[in-house]
Design a protein around this ligand. Sequence first.
Ligand code: ZN
Length: 231
Amino acid sequence: MSRMPKEHVPVDPVIVRRHSRRARRMTLKIDATAGVAELVVPPGVSKTEADRFERKHRRWAAKHLAQLPPRRPFVDGLALPVLDDILEVRHCQQAPRVARRVDDELIVGGRVDQIAARVETWLRETARETLLDRVSDYATRLGRTVSGIRIADPRTRWGSCSHAGTMSFSWRLVLAPEAVLNYVAAHECAHLEEMNHSRRFWKLVGVLEPGFEDARDWLADNGQTLHRYGG
Ligand SMILES: [Zn+2]
């Protein structure tokens, strides 16, 4: 039986330092997309203090970086989960450059070094279409209209809704099961009525998307894997 090779375990974790004027205290965070740890340094902290903090938490960083799910770069042959399907990324130099889906394949033409960018463009478009469809549906049920959505790649959240009703979502949600994308869309739409996470809010999410709890748990358990795709 062949086994997937284990990812290289960094003995020396890569810790990137970022000075932040807004930060109140030093924090060490794992950036799953980049595969590094980030040390956020607030104003007034000396280099010596930051060095000491980093030394103290090196093992923690190494352990968490080693536990990250394997990377899945967008290359020819990759099995790409898209909502509830698995598509195979296929590079055909002669095919049109813009990625397009044909049955269970995602066909990308042009140069090899452009495959990743073209696959991501396709995923972002698919995310926009699918999320806009779901958001429109939930908003209509709430007697609201949503003019548009923003598709981004935030590191720590899957979606957001501003007081003005502007919604933003991670394109990586198309890599999750469809029920998970639906849950996040319902969650943000429920914020059009309840700008909080009160019981009334969660009840409303349940009205829009009954049984959403499994999707919420899936995201908590597996969300990090979505950040390992691409590049
Ligand atoms: Zn929320």
